[in-house]
Design a protein around this ligand. Structure first.
Ligand code: CMP
Length: 137
């Protein structure tokens, strides 16, 4: 079974759609193996998104990801990484397919409601960023 990480981002929490998003995750067959609300520090957000540090949107992304509470959800399922990416849809909600989380809830490429791990390896690493192994069930 693969693991992948969902982060319900500040726009999703501020709009209070976290319950809808979690329902979509479980309806799609994902097992929630860990969940926590947190407020990322600038250092944590910079570390999590280090891979994007040369991108022009990096500073805005860090400001946005530290602008409010987030909910980290560790997920488990066969083929979790690819299935979750399909469920959330494209980064830009304008390009996301109907029925996807981002199509339903995201406002823009930046305020796109949820984060998704982009590979099986990063799924493991990103779950580990938010959860100690003893916090996963
Ligand atoms: P996420 O899945 O969290 O991974 C990286 C994030 O960077 C992405 O979702 C978006 O929130 C943000 N992002 C990616 N591309 C752009 C862009 N062109 N402009 C603004 N933000 C972006």
């Amino acid at each position: 079974m693969e693991r992948t990480l969902c982060i319900i981002k500040p726009d999703g929490v501020k709009k209070n759609v976290q319950g809808h998003i979690i329902q979509m995750l479980t309806d799609a067959g994902f097992d929630i193996i860990g969940m926590k609300m947190t407020h990322l520090s600038s250092a944590q957000a910079k570390s999590f998104y280090e891979v994007h540090k040369e991108r022009p949107f990096y500073n805005d992304l860090i400001s946005y990801m530290t602008s409010g509470n987030v909910i980290a959800v560790a997920l488990k399922k066969d083929n979790a990484v690819a299935d979750y990416r399909k469920l959330i849809g494209a980064t830009d909600p304008a390009e996301a397919e109907d029925g996807t989380i981002r199509k339903k809830f995201a406002a823009s490429k930046q305020e796109n409601s949820v984060h998704g791990s982009d590979s099986v390896e990063n799924g493991k690493i990103e779950v580990g960023f938010f959860f100690a192994e003893c916090e996963l069930y």
